[in-house]
Each structure stands twice: as structure tokens, then as C-alpha cells.
Ligand binder design. Structure first.
Ligand SMILES: O=P(O)(O)OC[C@H]1O[C@H](OP(=O)(O)OP(=O)(O)O)[C@H](O)[C@@H]1O
Ligand SMILES: NC(=O)CC[C@H](N)C(=O)O
Length: 590
């Protein structure tokens, strides 16, 4: 757990809404701690100490489908079959179909709007279909191959089967990132009898799956490699098994280009491409477009100023290419989170001002070129352009390392409603007028693609749907898009955020989500361990980034679950949140 905690804090930029860890300890028992908040708020040394065992799944969440309810924090759990813990990064686009199938045919109750809960239940249902008492790798591959036929969208998933091992898989288009790394087995906690570790494994290595390679570097893992599109990897105490479950010729490999533009840390390498290097290349290409535009408009600039943090790498490159001084005109308060992923437009706007302060001397009397990685809603640009003018700038030219964003992201990055996007149905001149820039200069899409592709020409295509509206999984149903946009609308977000699901301590479901009075205990979520008793926690919404560590023992203390009939139920050893109680109820009802 301490290492998973560390991994999650390295992935914090991928989700700041909720965090969770579930570990599997002695006897195949699961231990859980999850709540809304940052990693540092959710876990402390006490809660980590109670997360026993030496395999586990962690998750940081950034809601992309409209709800910040703590009941939707991941990982999720279902008790049947075998006891499954599940974390998902991404977004599905055929949720309506999956929901109907789970209801009408699989008779599985889904308690939230979360696509992750659907995905978990599809997986569980496919495993259940084997009808086996003891499951093996072949059965798991079959279940995931089935899931890959049923689910449409972007997904990377990490699952843990009680007492069996860890399973990771990536969607057939490889839209979302996932890597695997390993190291010689380390018994991190041999002296701690509560850890339940120290059972040697046949491969004698620790394994880790993670959304970004930075986790591998920081935690002393090696041999980082990307999970292939459509591939599943299973790690048990005895062996590592991997298989590509789709015919590669039937799917285009198209990683989401927005990871490189904004989402990922610069020190990560994804699909063989250094995020940092790709941003340098974006700066080089943007500089060419800026030069052309400035010449054509007979504009000059005195200084290049980045919008911290993401755009810094590219902005420095722009300045160097143009031969213009680079200055840090905005100072960032590092304690304010990413504004892009904050729910609520007014919160985001206020936070731009709280987050960035302009140093007047860098702006006063100058023509400034402000460089940002992307302009999404235009909130940041509008605020900082005003700040630049207030600080005395003569001309303010805004440059974006990404092309105009005009379409929704349906694969796991929250670009809510097309109508909220400043470039939707606006020309570049109209965008400039809206954000009150003198000129706006965008990177072209071919330049962006070339910049990212440069480091790995083997990747022929990227998902660029937010720029060109072409969805790599095929056309997205208009009804789905409209529904997604409604769900993601600011009002829905804030409304759901302020709503808690009533439960009783004994797991009784008092009312449907959104109908009941809120329980202050749940509204102020406990950062508490809870190992869940005899029932299924599920409920999940959106999030980002999976961190998973698998030191030494990979199959519960005794390789438990499927080899010996030992306790596999989770037990409640601490205060539970709404999700836990609902899960308990679900477990009984099944
Ligand atoms: O047009 P908008 O809707 O305002 O969104 C775009 C802004 O959001 C991001 O900033 P954020 O604060 O998330 O990022 P950082 O991690 O780069 O500091 C991004 O770097 C842009 O500055
Ligand atoms: N941001 C994401 O990757 C979202 C994960 C998932 N769709 C969820 O609802 O929790």
C-alpha cells in the first residue's frame, strides 16, 4: 500500500477528485480505503498500515461523466464471481447497450451512471459464464476477449482476483495508455507481520502496471513496456501470461494525442514517445506558424511568456526558435490544482486568478506572445489576457500548441459539452474576440501529429477526435453524445457533487441516488480503511490513471482463493462510505 500510495501521488495530475487503494491480504481478503480528495488527504500512515497484503490496485479519479460523488471513487468491487477489484481509466461510448444487456440478460444491478461499473460487471459476467469453481488464465483471456467485443470506447483496466492475481488490459485501439514494469522481488515489509507479504513467487519479480512510466522510474522498477492495444496480461504467483485478444488488422492503433499535448507528465514516455520531447517538437513547429502569422500581419513581439505549467517546455522552444526572450511572466501557486479538471466554470475561473499572478514588469509596455498548451473553454486564456493587459501589455498575442478544440472527447478526457468549447462553431478571429486577444495562433493538426510522431514513426495514427471530430471507434451516436454532454454539463456536475446517497450503517438502501438527505459523515468522507464484508462494493464514475504494485506475492498469502477454500469475503473493519454500503446491499441482493 505505501508504494501504491506513492504511485498514486505521482499520477495525481491525472485525477484530483478521489483516490482509492484496495489490497489483497492474507487469505485472499481485500482491504480498502477510498474517498474524495487528493492522495495526501485520503491516505495517511494509519490507513496505509491497515491496507494489508502485497498486491493491490490504486486509482486517482477525475470525473468525466458528470459526477463527483464519493460513491463513485475507484477501485470498485464485486463479490461474485471470485471477488473482483477493478479500476478503469477511459470512457465507453456504448453504455446504453451495455446497461440494457446487464439488466435484461445478465440480471446484474448497476447502481450508478458509471461506465466503469458497467465494464466491471461485463467482466464479472463473462467470468461467471465459465461456471467454474477454479478459474485459470485461459478463462480470464476468454472473458476479456468477450469484453473487448462488447465494450466500445477507450479503456485501460487493472483488475485483481482475490487470491489469484492481477489482470491488466488495454482497449483494441490503445486509446488510453498503460504500461508494465518489473523488478527483482523486494520484500518491503518483511518485519511487519501484518503485511502478509513475503510469500515467494515462482518468477521472483515484482510487477507494476501504471498509466505513466514516471511511476516505474520513481519506484525503482525497470523494463517498462507498453501494454499493446487489445492485449491482456495476467500475473499470478506462478507465472506471467499475456495475449493479444483481437486481430490487430481489424483495429487501428490510435493513442489519444491529448496525452502528449496536456494530460501526461513530461517525464513520462508513452508508446515509445517521450512526452517532453514531443512538447519540444510542438514548440518548434508552433514557432514556424507564429513567425508566418506575425509577418503576414506585420506584428512584432518582444517576449514569449508561458502559461505555467504544461506549456513551459514548448514555450521555451518557441522563444528560442524565434530568437525572442523567454520570461516567466506568470507565477503559479503550486497549491492550486489543475484548473482544467476542476468541476464548475465559476470555480475554474476563480482558480485561474488564484493560481496565476502576473508580474507587471514582464508585461509593461511590451508586445507579448503568451503560449499555452491548449485552449479549451477559453477560461484560462481570457483571464490571463486580461491580467496581461492590466499589467500594462501593449499587444497580447495568444498561441496554442494544439489546434482548435471543437469536438467532445468521448474516450476519457473531460471535454464536456461542444458548446462549452470556445472554438466550437467559432473561427479563429471569433475566438480571439471572445478571449480578447489581439491575435490567436493555433498549431495546425498535421504539425501536431508530426511533432508527436517524430519519436515513434511506427505509430501511424492518433486519436485526434477533439480536433477533427473523427472517432477512431467509429461514429459516435448523436444520442449518446447529447446524453454525455447533458450528464457532463456544469449543472449536473455541481448538482451531483452536492448530493449524497443515503444508506444505513447496516447496508440498507434507503432511497435511490439523489433522493435522500445527505449524511454528513459521507459528505466529509473518511480517509479510512474498510475491508468490505460479504458483499459487493461497486459504483464508479470517472477517473484517471491506474497505479498498481505487485511486490513479491501475487496470489494472496497462500495463493488462496482458488486453491483452498478459504475466506475470500471482505470484512468491514472501519467506517464505510456510501459506495461500500451500497455494495453491501448489492452483494446481498445477488
Ligand atoms: O481553456 P481552458 O478551459 O481554461 O483550459 C485550458 C487550460 O487548462 C490547462 O491548465 P491547468 O490549470 O489544468 O494546467 P497545468 O497543469 O498546465 O498547470 C491548460 O494547460 C490550459 O492552460
Ligand atoms: N477519467 C477517466 O478515466 C474516467 C474513468 C471512468 N470513465 C469513470 O467513470 O470513472
Amino acid at each position: 500500500a505505501p508504494e501504491i500510495n506513492e504511485a498514486l501521488s505521482l499520477l495525481q495530475h491525472r485525477g484530483q477528485d478521489a483516490a482509492g487503494i484496495v489490497t489483497c491480504g492474507p487469505g485472499g481478503r481485500f482491504y480498502q480505503c477510498k474517498a474524495n480528495g487528493m492522495v495526501r488527504d485520503v491516505f495517511d500512515s494509519n490507513s496505509l498500515a491497515r491496507l494489508r497484503g502485497s498486491m493491490g490496485v490504486g486509482h486517482v479519479r477525475y470525473p468525466t461523466a458528470g459526477s463527483s460523488n464519493h460513491a463513485e471513487a475507484q477501485p470498485f468491487y464485486v463479490n461474485a464471481p471470485y471477488g473482483i477489484v477493478f479500476a478503469h481509466n477511459g470512457n465507453l461510448i456504448n453504455t446504453h447497450e451495455l446497461r440494457s444487456f446487464l439488466d435484461a440478460e445478465a440480471h446484474r444491478h448497476i447502481n450508478t451512471d458509471s461506465d466503469s461499473e458497467l465494464l466491471l460487471n461485463i467482466f464479472a459476467n463473462n467470468l461467471q459464464a465459465t461456471g467454474k469453481f477454479r478459474i485459470n488464465e485461459e478463462d480470464i483471456f476468454t472473458a476479456i476477449a468477450g469484453l473487448m467485443k462488447q465494450a466500445k470506447g477507450g479503456y485501460t483496466c487493472v483488475a485483481m482476483l482475490a487470491g489469484f492475481g492481477i489482470i491488466a488490459f488495454r482497449d483494441p485501439n490503445g486509446i488510453r495508455p498503460l504500461g508494465m514494469c518489473s523488478r527483482p522481488a523486494v520484500d518491503l515489509d518483511a518485519s511487519n507481520s501484518r503485511s502478509g507479504s513475503a510469500t515467494p513467487t515462482a518468477h521472483n519479480r515484482d510487477y507494476c502496471f501504471t498509466s505513466e512510466s514516471v511511476v516505474s522510474d520513481a519506484l525503482g522498477f525497470e523494463d517498462f513496456e507498453d501494454v499493446k492495444p487489445g492485449e491482456a496480461i495476467i500475473i499470478t504467483r506462478h507465472k506471467v501470461s499475456r495475449r493479444t485478444l483481437v486481430k490487430p488488422e481489424e483495429f487501428v492503433f490510435a493513442p489519444d494525442i491529448f496525452e502528449y499535448v496536456y494530460f501526461a507528465r513530461p517525464d513520462s514516455v508513452m508508446d515509445g514517445i517521450s512526452v517532453y520531447r514531443s512538447r519540444i517538437a510542438m514548440g518548434d513547429r508552433l514557432a514556424v506558424t507564429v513567425r508566418k502569422t506575425l509577418r503576414a500581419r506585420m506584428e512584432t513581439i518582444d517576449v514569449v511568456i508561458p502559461v505555467p505549467d504544461t506549456s513551459r517546455v514548448a514555450a521555451l522552444q518557441v522563444a528560442q526558435s524565434l530568437g525572442v526572450p523567454y520570461r516567466e511572466g506568470f507565477v503559479k501557486n503550486r497549491y492550486v490544482g489543475r484548473t482544467f479538471i476542476m468541476p464548475g466554470q465559476s470555480v475554474r475561473r476563480k482558480n485561474v486568478r488564484r493560481k496565476l499572478n502576473a508580474m507587471a514588469m514582464e508585461f509593461s509596455g511590451r508586445n507579448v506572445l503568451i503560449v499555452d498548451d491548449s485552449i479549451v473553454r477559453g477560461t484560462t486564456s481570457r483571464e490571463i489576457i486580461q491580467m496581461a493587459r492590466d499589467a500594462g501589455a501593449k499587444r497580447v498575442i495568444m498561441a496554442s500548441c494544439a489546434p482548435p478544440i471543437r469536438y467532445s472527447n468521448v474516450y476519457g478526457i473531460d471535454m464536456p459539452s461542444r458548446h462549452e468549447l470556445v472554438a466550437h462553431n467559432r473561427t479563429e478571429e471569433e475566438v480571439a474576440a471572445h478571449i480578447q486577444a489581439d491575435v490567436v495562433i493555433y498549431q495546425t493538426l498535421p504539425d501536431l501529429i508530426e511533432a508527436v510522431q517524430e519519436a515513434n514513426p511506427a505509430i501511424a495514427q492518433f486519436d485526434c477526435s477533439v480536433f477533427d471530430g473523427k472517432y477512431v471507434t467509429g461514429d459516435v451516436d448523436d444520442k449518446y453524445l447529447a446524453g454525455l454532454e447533458t450528464l457532463r454539463s456544469e449543472n449536473a456536475k455541481l448538482k451531483v457533487k452536492n448530493t449524497t446517497i443515503p444508506t444505513s450503517g447496516s447496508g440498507a438502501l434507503v432511497g435511490p441516488p439523489g433522493e435522500g438527505a445527505s449524511d454528513p459523515k459521507m459528505a466529509a468522507p473518511p480517509a479510512d480503511e474498510a475491508a468490505v464484508a460479504a458483499g459487493g462494493v461497486s459504483a464508479g464514475k470517472q477517473e484517471n490513471g491506474n497505479g498498481l504494485i505487485l511486490p513479491g506475492e501475487t496470489a494472496g498469502v497462500n495463493g488462496a482463493r482458488h486453491e483452498e477454500e478459504e475466506e475470500t469475503n471482505m470484512s468491514c473493519q472501519g467506517p464505510m462510505n456510501g459506495a461500500d454500503d451500497l455494495g453491501l446491499f448489492n452483494g446481498w441482493s445477488r
